[in-house]
Design a protein around this ligand. Structure first.
Ligand SMILES: [Zn+2]
Length: 225
């Protein structure tokens, strides 16, 4: 079984895409919560971004993950959210959750790994965070969730010239976190990112469907910081 704490690859400058579009509407109602769940980046918001961290929510809905952004006590945050297969947005869009220019709170400040930026801490300041809705224990990821996550990473790769590391939360914080988990097909994901097949995923650029089918917020949310 795959070990999520080993999930990591780097992006070769020679293969950097020129532009990759995303269908990424704001998750409804998140804007008022940004001041309480983000920080001004300590590095240049474009040139200083060098990593993308892949997470899974350990919950079963987008609304449950978003409830972590909205909670008053110990909020967490992430830049994008990839819907689960039973949600109407699956196959259609990924949610933008907080501005990329701000540091989202998706990795504990003390977490680090010697393979990544020389073991630097405060990962949130120099990274972007993607959450994939997945309940974890024995919940498979859909093919589209892997493709959509790869497309987000390619979007970032095109936009951030110094982006180098793509890795799991588990690699940065193995004592506390195992996400995105052993069911996330990291090998396929890596191939989609590096070879650009994710750009062939047509549904991700399709128009968003109505939001009326969103589930109510759940008590459990994503992995926190
Ligand atoms: Zn996580």
């Amino acid at each position: 079984m795959a070990d999520p704490s080993s999930y990591h690859f780097t992006l070769p400058k020679s293969k950097r895409p020129s532009e990759v579009t995303l269908n990424e509407p704001w998750y409804p109602g998140v804007q008022p919560f940004w001041p309480a769940c983000t920080t001004k980046r300590s590095v240049d918001p474009i040139l200083g971004v060098t990593a993308v961290v892949i997470h899974a929510t350990a919950g079963s809905s987008s609304a449950g993950a978003i409830s972590v952004i909205k909670r008053a006590k110990d909020p967490a945050s992430f830049h994008w959210l990839v819907p689960d297969e039973d949600e109407p947005q699956h196959g259609q869009l990924v949610w933008a959750c907080v501005p990329e220019a701000l540091a989202a709170w998706h990795v504990r400040n003390a977490a680090s790994h010697p393979d990544v930026n020389g073991g630097a801490t405060r990962v949130n300041h120099w990274s972007l965070g993607i959450e994939v809705v997945n309940a974890q224990k024995n919940d498979p990821f859909s093919d589209w969730q892997i493709e959509a996550t790869a497309r987000i990473v390619r979007h970032c790769w095109a936009k951030y010239p110094n982006l180098l590391h793509v890795l799991s939360h588990a690699k940065l914080d193995p004592q506390r976190r195992s996400d995105p988990g052993s069911h996330f097909d990291w090998a396929r994901f890596k191939g989609l990112v590096l070879n650009g097949e994710a750009e062939a995923v047509d549904p991700l650029v399709a128009l968003a469907k109505p939001l009326s089918k969103l589930k109510p917020a759940e008590a459990n949310g994503c992995c926190d910081v």
